[in-house]
Design a protein around this ligand. Sequence first.
Ligand SMILES: Cc1cc2nc3c(=O)[nH]c(=O)nc-3n(C[C@H](O)[C@H](O)[C@H](O)COP(=O)(O)O)c2cc1C
Ligand SMILES: CC(C)CC(=O)C(=O)O
Length: 377
Amino acid sequence: MSKDVVKVDEFEALAKKKMPKMAFDYYASGAEDEYTLQQNRDAFSRIRLRPRILVDVSSVNTSTTVLGFRIAMPIMVAPAALHKLAHPEGEVATARAVSAADTIMILSTTSSCSMEEVAAAAPGVRFFQLYVYKDRQISQHLVRRAEDAGFSALVLTVDTPRLGRREADLKNNFTLPPHIANPNMEAFVKHDKKERNGSSMLASWADKLFDRSLSWKDVKWLKSITKLPIILKGILNGEDAILAVQAGAAGIMVSNHGARQLDYVPPTISILEEVVKAVGGQVPVFVDGGIRRGTDVFKALALGASGVFVGRPSVFGLAVDGEAGVKKMLEMLRDELERTMTLMGVCSVDQISRHHVETEHEYNNGCNCSHHMHSKL
Ligand SMILES: Cc1cc2nc3c(=O)[nH]c(=O)nc-3n(C[C@H](O)[C@H](O)[C@H](O)COP(=O)(O)O)c2cc1C
Ligand SMILES: CC(C)CC(=O)C(=O)O
């Protein structure tokens, strides 16, 4: 149970005790050497905070607006496949918890509850994450269903022409338990164990279905078939961010897919500012990867993010205590953010600025940038 949990990170160890090894490893692991997985966390610890004092912080408000939707905090839930591996209620339980926390959930194409079930689970704003399939009619059909089910935006994942090499899944011979399915795709996906070619079941599934030819012109195609705003998830540099804006993206998610795709890409927090500068305020920039603390959220916002997403904490919270676990995880992050803001001397999310953080380069070398006054002794 999550009653005694005092920080988000603890959910992982508790989930490990509760979950079958194959499922836990699928959630927890990253690609290859897991260099980026470690860096996603470490990079946050290299950023320091610069609090301001004697600010009246008797009233601190964590609420914000994302794509026009008012939510209680700039902390949202990233898409993760197959929540039923964590808990029998799957994404329905997650959706209820996210609704209670008054924030936004992105539902994965590869969810284990159908999008209609999730839409009916609880009120609230939800986005739908899209993998584009070789058969475009399948994708078009998914988009229609997402629109009809009341999803408010599409999140196009652009870092997965095929799956990264997750060696834990290979060792475990990852296979979907027979009682878990992917109902968004029911008509199209056959879980055929014979077709695995030595990879995990999910890798061969992605090989078979995902469209590796996906390119910028397809963002235009997606825009032509829907009126929903489109966020591009998986952007890792300023050049691609500029192209994303030119292609008509309504938002950008700086993401390395929780270090599950290409190993040795930079930790997301270290490139957020490059992307924010390239975008120049034309569209909101979001970030995910390794966010486990209210201070991490604060740092991301100080470096220009309009909001953050958490992946593993949601599924680990769900594994430990179902809906209550996810709710507790989100509450802890919100409380930590509020406390951080209070101790930093800011009363609202829009007061969080670049002056409030310093990077390793800045505190080691001093800097002559306009946002810091310090000199190096
Ligand atoms: C178990 C698991 C499944 C995931 N499934 C998807 C998915 O279906 N679609 C997607 O775009 N990203 C997926 N992701 C990536 C997350 O959306 C997110 O980018 C990542 O988990 C953020 O890093 P964090 O786990 O350190 O918070 C998945 C991540 C995990 C851990
Ligand atoms: C089924 C997979 C494509 C889901 C995914 O994106 C992941 O495991 O990271």
